[in-house]
Design a protein around this ligand. Structure first.
Ligand code: ZN
Length: 284
């Protein structure tokens, strides 16, 4: 197993907070799997069921690649995505997954105080050492992701220095573009990949993300686990670059993860910082 050596981190805890099933695997599946393998109690709070995402297995086609979804389709998709998340959680080694009932696509517009209170409830119950959520670019400027970043930051700010440490995750610029191009070239003549789990613009990932303060290399084994976890999100997968990405290439395109220190919560270092390369310039 390559990558930085593992340490016994039993007794440590991490809570990831994201907006939809699949965000956890795509954003930081390498770190989550690496922590879980080291004995960290890793939990996930997912703010919605992702019921307005695309659903490869539900809805009906209206031609030209477009689909329509009725209310029953949305309910079915909600259940399917919860099941997919449970499968991904098992691969990543998560101990607990909480999925809230907020409406997918509406996080910026629902009551901010209510969302903050929900986040605080889970933090108070699980008492994590560190919380990981989106950076301010929401991986690719997704409004739900940006709302998740803002509400999580506000919730932890309320706890002051007694709160958990907070780290933001973003994606290295250019990696998703390189992935799409590589999988296109690997399968000339076949249907080229059209998206990254429903996002058509591969260049949006990491573009203008704030500079990270920590770069973590997941290592080959954990990059493979990350790819396997991403592939559990079957309803989002058809036509995406992850369908044709080989296990051998997982580390190259998925192995590097970027994290940034937040200015709120505990200001102590966190246990996973010893795995990464710290970058002092460009952080806040
Ligand atoms: Zn998402």
């Amino acid at each position: 197993m390559n990558g930085p050596p593992l340490y016994d981190l039993t007794g440590s805890s991490l809570l990831a907070i994201f907006a939809h099933p699949d965000d956890e695997s795509l954003a930081c599946g390498g770190l989550l799997a690496r922590c879980a393998e080291s004995g960290v109690r890793v939990s996930l709070l997912c703010l919605t069921h992702g019921e307005h995402g695309q659903g490869n297995d539900v809805g009906h086609s209206t031609g030209a690649g477009r689909k329509q979804y009725g209310k029953e389709d949305r309910e079915l998709l909600r259940d399917l995505r919860a099941g997919e998340l449970a499968n991904a959680a098992q691969i990543l080694g998560l101990r607990e997954v909480v999925i809230l009932d907020h409406e997918d696509g509406m996080l910026p517009w629902i009551d901010a105080g209510k969302l903050e209170a929900d986040i605080l409830d889970t933090i108070r119950r699980l008492q994590p050492d560190v919380v990981v959520t989106f950076d301010e670019d929401g991986l690719y400027w997704h409004p739900d992701h940006i709302a998740g970043h803002e509400r999580t930051t506000a919730a932890i700010a309320r706890l002051g220095n007694a709160g958990p440490a907070l780290r933001y995750v973003s994606m290295p610029a250019g990696k998703m573009r390189a992935l799409v191009d590589a999988t296109k070239n690997a399968a000339p003549g076949d249907d080229p990949p059209k998206h990254i789990l429903g996002v058509a613009d591969a260049d949006a990932f990491g573009s203008k993300a704030p500079a990270p303060t920590l770069v973590v290399e997941a290592g080959e084994e954990f990059a493979k686990r990350k790819l396997a976890a991403i592939r559990c999100h079957h309803t989002q997968l058809a036509g995406s670059a992850f369908e044709s990405l080989s296990e051998e290439d997982a580390e190259r395109f998925l192995g590097t993860e970027h994290y940034r220190r937040a200015g709120v919560g505990s200001l102590n270092d966190v246990f996973f910082e010893r795995w990464g390369t710290s970058i002092t310039e460009g952080g806040d």
